[in-house]
Design a protein around this ligand. Structure first.
Ligand SMILES: Cc1ncc(COP(=O)(O)O)c(C=O)c1O
Length: 465
């Protein structure tokens, strides 16, 4: 064995102690670190011939990057929709690397069973029927990819074909209908060979709503006649946290032939609270369902789930049969269910966090985050500096500066907020207006963070143009 490897192995306890110190130093400073940093570095690093060994590499890393590591997992990173890492999820994540299990087969480790258990816990958390099989993937984009790949296969079956077997050219073009689809849906359509332009944007409700207009959806389905299609319903739009009427879309299924994919990347967590659960009424009619874990479940990147009631199609699309891997068992090994073959035990942080905090723990996080979003929304509504672009429906606050706000002014404001270091917000446009969003999905965020962020936002709003 290489001497550096042998020495590191012999000193593993000290190395892990030192890593723990570095981790605790960072975690202890999360409240004071800027949530985001504008990092530019021009000097390059050369691959060493002999290597530094783990301890000196840790020192080098600390010196090169330690101070600039942002607290994006902290209480005031409100950009995009970003979760953090609960203490139990961190424990699970560390152990994931310690065990370094590849999830290929139940015949050689308990890893698949752990993932199945985590999925069962999640089904309970979200109130999903047992008919929904679940699989961990890297994020909501990939979950959407799997969901729409299943929809594509289902449509091919309506023509007596299989895209997995015969290819896309065996069937007519597929129409995909959606109101306010997330950008990842377009990426997925490009990846699946359906084409970004296959998405037919259906009108949304008037005013400040992003929910699809059910009558417009009905008419679009009517126009397609007998032609089967895919409907992407949005349960939690990224701009304003709006929800399609899932019950009404589900009802359309009795008269029209479509695969219903629901993108509930963060909105799925509305199920954790009796106050918000009604927003998901009808979700059990989904054929496939995306829910992210690295958002509101507060497990580390990268983690999401795809649920489906059609595991047969999942196997048809994603199976990876080979003599050396054996026959497809029941339940099937996970390499037959997602784009990945080898994969880490991604479910373990979720397993830990779900067992550690349970139903009540997640209800509290979701309700607190929504309440904090509402409080920020109240401040904005009462303010002479900011203006709400949409009501706060769940955990997202979409707003802008009072007065003419073009993208330069918004960019300048957001850069100032970031550089101030107390809070991080990201830009958007809503109904043609330039704005910004604050999304609450971190378990650490408390009421005092609203006050801290509010002061920073007001200080940064003093712009001269
Ligand atoms: C509704 C929705 N769908 C999909 C995604 C993509 O998620 P990911 O970045 O985990 O792939 C997001 C991310 O914000 C989202 O809000």
């Amino acid at each position: 064995m290489n001497t550096l490897l042998a020495r590191d192995l012999a000193r593993l306890p000290e190395l892990l102690e030192k890593t723990l110190d570095a981790a605790l130093d960072y975690i202890g400073s999360i409240d004071d670190r800027p949530p985001a940093t504008d990092f530019v570095r021009n000097d390059s690093l050369d691959l060493p011939d002999d290597g530094l060994g783990a301890e000196r590499t840790l020192d080098l890393f600390a010196q090169r990057y330690g101070r600039t590591m942002p607290a994006s997992n902290g209480p005031r990173f409100w950009g995009f929709v970003t979760g953090g890492t609960t203490p139990a999820a961190l424990v699970g994540d560390w152990l994931t690397s310690v065990y370094d299990l590849n999830l290929t087969s139940a015949a050689n480790s308990p890893a698949p069973n752990i993932e199945l258990e985590a999925i069962q816990l999640l089904r309970e958390l979200f109130g999903l029927p047992a008919a929904f099989a679940g699989t961990f993937v890297t994020g909501a984009t990939l979950a959407n990819f799997v969901g729409l790949a299943l929809g594509r296969e289902w449509i091919a079956r309506q023509f007596g074909k299989s895209v997995a077997r015969d290819g896309l050219h065996a069937i007519p073009p597929i129409a995909v209908l959606s109101g306010e689809a997330h950008s990842s849906i377009f990426k997925v359509l490009a990846l699946l060979g359906l084409g970004r332009d296959s998405l037919r944007a259906i009108a949304t409700l008037p005013g400040d709503r992003e929910a699809v207009d059910i009558e417009a959806m009905r008419q679009a389905l009517e126009q397609l006649g007998d032609q089967p299609c895919i409907v992407v319903a949005n349960a939690g739009t990224v701009n304003t946290g709006d929800f399609d009427d899932l019950r009404a879309i589900a009802d359309l299924k009795s008269r029209h032939r479509f695969w219903l994919h629901v993108d509930a990347a963060f909105g799925g967590f509305a199920a954790c609270s009796p106050d918000y659960r009604r927003l998901l009424d009808g979700i059990a009619a989904a054929d496939s369902l995306t829910i992210d874990a690295h958002k509101w479940l507060n497990v580390p990147y990268d983690s999401a789930m795809i649920f489906t009631r059609h595991r047969d199609l999942q196997i048809a699309v994603f199976q990876n049969s080979a003599a050396y891997l054996g026959a497809i068992a029941e339940p099937p090994d996970f390499l037959h269910l997602s784009p990945e073959n080898s994969r880490r035990l991604r479910a373990l942080p979720a397993w830990f966090s779900l067992m550690a905090y349970g139903r009540a723990g997640y209800r509290e996080i979701v309700e607190r985050n929504c309440e904090l979003a509402r409080l920020l929304g109240d401040r904005i509504r009462a303010s002479a500096t900011f203006r709400l672009l949409a009501p706060v429906r769940l955990n997202v606050v979409c707003f802008t500066l009072v007065g003419e706000t073009d993208s330069d002014r918004a960019r300048e404001f957001l850069a100032r907020v970031r550089d101030d270091g107390r809070v991080f917000l990201t830009p958007t446009t809503f109904r043609g207006e330039t704005g910004m969003r604050a999304a609450f999905s971190n378990w650490r965020t408390q009421e005092e963070d609203i006050e801290i962020a509010w002061r920073a936002m007001n200080a940064a709003s003093d712009l001269q143009f």
